[in-house]
Write a protein that binds this ligand. Sequence first.
Ligand SMILES: C[S@@+](CC[C@H](N)C(=O)[O-])C[C@H]1O[C@@H](n2cnc3c(N)ncnc32)[C@H](O)[C@@H]1O
Length: 312
Amino acid sequence: MNWREIAVTVSSVGEEAVADLFYQLGCPGVSVEDPELLQSYVESGNWDYHDFGEIALTGTSVVKGYICEDHELQPKLRQLDEGLKELLQRFPEWVLQVKGLTVQEEDWATSWKAYFKPVRIGRHFLIKPSWEEVTPLPEDIILELDPGMAFGTGTHATTSLCLETLEETVKPDMRIFDLGTGSGILAIAAAKLGAQVEAIDLDSVAVKVAQENVELNQVADRISVRQGDLGTVLQGQADLVVANIIADVILMLIPDLKRIMKEDGEFLASGIIGHRSSDVEAGLGEHGLEVLEKKEDSGWVLLRARWQRASL
Ligand SMILES: C[S@@+](CC[C@H](N)C(=O)[O-])C[C@H]1O[C@@H](n2cnc3c(N)ncnc32)[C@H](O)[C@@H]1O
């Protein structure tokens, strides 16, 4: 399969906004080649990154996203183009340059690896790319990942908000549904906290990658991974449903929660871009859910909700 690699060179202050445009298009594995970020890794002294050599601090970053060259390519390119134009109108001072290139799957699946580094999230999670060596602390919970073509390295705010919240809410033997599992990162985190997880993704590539990561982390006895559309393939009810997908898809999922979430269950909805949070909050309210907690990071929102007591 061929992919279109779109490389956007942008003033470093704009790298997140551009990465978010790719994210909204559903691009897996968005990479940000940010010289300052790499420099900070080196300076932190935690990891041995001398192979990056001298790093130039140029004030610009290259954000790369990958779009499958299928019938959706042209509409997605138009959407990206509109998003970039809108950003330039708001921030005319930004440097912005776009290059497109067709790449083979095998080439890009490895090209971004140089920028996926070990990272700590929450109190205990240590994300370890499968090709990196780490020296863990005794209290670390290691999540070993090769995200390949699937979304979910932990570094995107929508994922790290989920990881932090899972750490606070998961109890041993809880039943959890992870909808839109991507690389399987959230399912693996929940399993390592003692839960039993059913992980679902619409995309067959994500299902394959998630299954490989489940085996890499030796949690196959705690996680089943299946292909499916949101909750449609699930039987029974979960103590916790987590979905890190965009606002519109979360709105489609909410009516199905009555069937798949226990009366005392909780719903973690992430992947919500800030200005759509009120839509999702309204959707939750209309279906008898109340928001217990709202967390924000880098313009993204996570909502934690449960059934309103009166609606039970
Ligand atoms: C943003 S990624 C989240 C990956 C991972 N859970 C994380 O937190 O990093 C969203 C995932 O949802 C999947 N997805 C999108 N729509 C879906 C649907 N209707 N049903 C199931 N999965 C869906 C995508 O294929 C993608 O893997």
